[in-house]
Design a protein around this ligand. Structure first.
Ligand code: NAD
Length: 445
């Protein structure tokens, strides 16, 4: 509620103003953040199991990605605390005559950050926001998604154990439309870092602008895989399983529309259908299950609604297409063929375990289809033809282009969207700099 939003922002604001964090030597901030990574790592199994209970995902993914990859990310970002820098500037100011100037820039923490996190990777995306913001010297209020508050709350307890001073990291649970909206509109919040849907992202941007609050948005996607005529079909089947069905397709960068040259379309559909049909379905804690429940009944209903629409528009269900007779919010992993580029299955984000396969005749036509989307988060090319790959990479409208892989991320590789997939980039130097202001300093002598 609003009273708690007020309390959390006041706590973060007090901590920021007091200098208890921003006033530390960068090396001390780095050391404490590295200790934070160590404490998270020491609680890896507990956090992984909590995340599977929280979200429904595979325990393997919770261990390897939510915790494992996040700990590496924490260490990478902790290091930026000691590596921020400004510039010295040669200036030509001519007045008053005879005066000389020394000009430089410095990077200063932006202030109180609001981090708003979705439900698909609750721990990891919270960490994506917390650690670069803290490395820059900011304080933060994190709001996890309504559906998945548990790991962010535990993370806050571990932050205290690691020695992060009180008030520097605040976790606020609550509904998006009330707590989230009040947080974004709060005048003492200087920067909003949001990950979630495009529709909510637009509301957040509009609200933040009222106070000139800085914002970055990581939003939805409808990410293509483009199999060039020479593509290795086996590799591209494996790529679609990882790139499209990881976390039941509840991944913003998930591959969801696969363009295959008409000469190889039927062979690919058959191979992909056979691989997907063989996937085992079960609870997140079942180590043998490859497909786990979706996050909520609402998300299950939404994905099943997309499948109904695809069938009604003429798509052919190769495998899957329904909810299995199991307790839990499952949707069978699904391959749709005969999908036309104009159908909703090729244009709308489904955020579920659904792969649509489309045929093309020429590479130029395929490129046009790839780019004909309101989104531009990520794309992948499947080919060993270096010349063609190098020609296409700059022409694809997406924040990341993978070649012969899909959905692999690294802390040092900027991540974010073109077009309606967002504004700004996470990861890399830019992620930390996005939590700073640049100040010019000009000294006359
Ligand atoms: P969502 O936009 O509904 O919610 C995201 C977060 O915003 C939640 O914490 C929610 O409580 C909060 N929220 C909702 N309304 C709000 C408001 N008016 N003001 C402030 N906060 C508000 O999205 P979701 O359903 O949680 O996640 C699924 C969507 O997120 C998908 O569209 C997916 O593509 C996108 N997503 C994108 C990325 C990325 O990195 N680009 C990552 C994960 C998810």
């Amino acid at each position: 509620g609003e009273a708690q939003v007020e309390q959390a922002v006041a706590s973060a604001h007090r901590a920021f103003r007091s200098g208890v964090w921003s006033g530390l030597r960068p090396a001390d901030r780095e050391r404490i953040l590295l200790r934070f990574a160590e404490v998270v790592e020491a609680h890896a199994e507990e956090l992984a199991q909590l995340e599977t209970l929280n979200q429904g995902k595979s325990i393997h993914i919770a261990r390897a990605i939510e915790v494992g990859a996040s700990v590496e990310y924490m260490r990478y970002m902790a290091g930026w605390a000691t590596k921020l820098e400004g510039q010295t500037l040669d200036v030509s100011i001519a007045v008053p005559p005879g005066t000389r100037y020394n000009a430089s820039t410095r990077r200063e923490p932006v202030g109180v950050v609001a981090g708003i996190v979705p439900w698909n990777f609750p721990l990891m995306i919270a960490i994506w926001k917390i650690v670069p913001a803290l490395a820059a010297g900011c304080t933060i209020v994190i709001k996890p998604a309504d559906e998945t508050p548990l790991t962010a709350l535990r993370l806050a307890e571990l932050a205290i154990e690691a020695g992060i001073p009180a008030g520097v990291l605040n976790v606020l649970v609550g509904r998006g439309a009330s707590a989230g909206a009040a947080l974004v509109a709060h005048p003492q919040v200087s920067k909003v870092s949001f990950t979630g849907s495009t529709a909510v992202g637009k509301q957040i941007g509009a609200s933040a602008l009222q106070n000139m609050t800085r914002f970055s948005l990581e939003l939805g996607g409808k990410n293509p895989m483009l199999l060039l005529p020479d593509a290795d079909l086996d590799k591209a089947v494996g790529g679609a399983l990882l790139g499209g069905l990881l976390n039941q397709g509840q991944v913003c960068a998930a591959a969801s529309r696969i363009y295959v040259h008409r000469s190889r379309h039927d062979a690919y559909v058959e191979a992909l259908g056979a691989a997907v049909k063989g996937m085992s379905i079960g609870a997140g804690m079942d180590p043998n299950a490859q497909i786990n429940p979706l996050v909520s009944r609402k998300q299950q209903a939404s994905v099943l609604g997309h499948l109904d629409k695809a069938r009604a528009q003429g798509a052919r269900v190769v495998t899957g297409g329904a909810a299995p007779a199991l307790p839990g919010f499952f949707v069978e992993p699904t391959v749709l063929a005969g999908v036309d580029h104009g159908m909703a299955a090729a244009r709308e984000e489904i955020f579920g375990p659904v792969l649509s396969v489309l045929a093309y005749d020429s590479v130029e036509e395929a490129l046009q289809l790839v780019n004909d989307s309101q989104y531009g988060l990520a794309a992948s090319l499947w080919t060993n033809d270096l010349t063609q790959a190098m020609d296409l990479i700059p022409r694809i409208e997406a924040g990341t282009v993978w070649v012969n892989s899909h959905v692999v991320l690294d802390p040092n590789m900027p991540f974010g969207g073109y077009k309606q997939s967002g504004i700004g980039r996470e990861f890399g130097r830019g992620a930390v700099e996005a939590f700073t202001e640049t100040k010019s300093v000009c000294i006359a002598y």
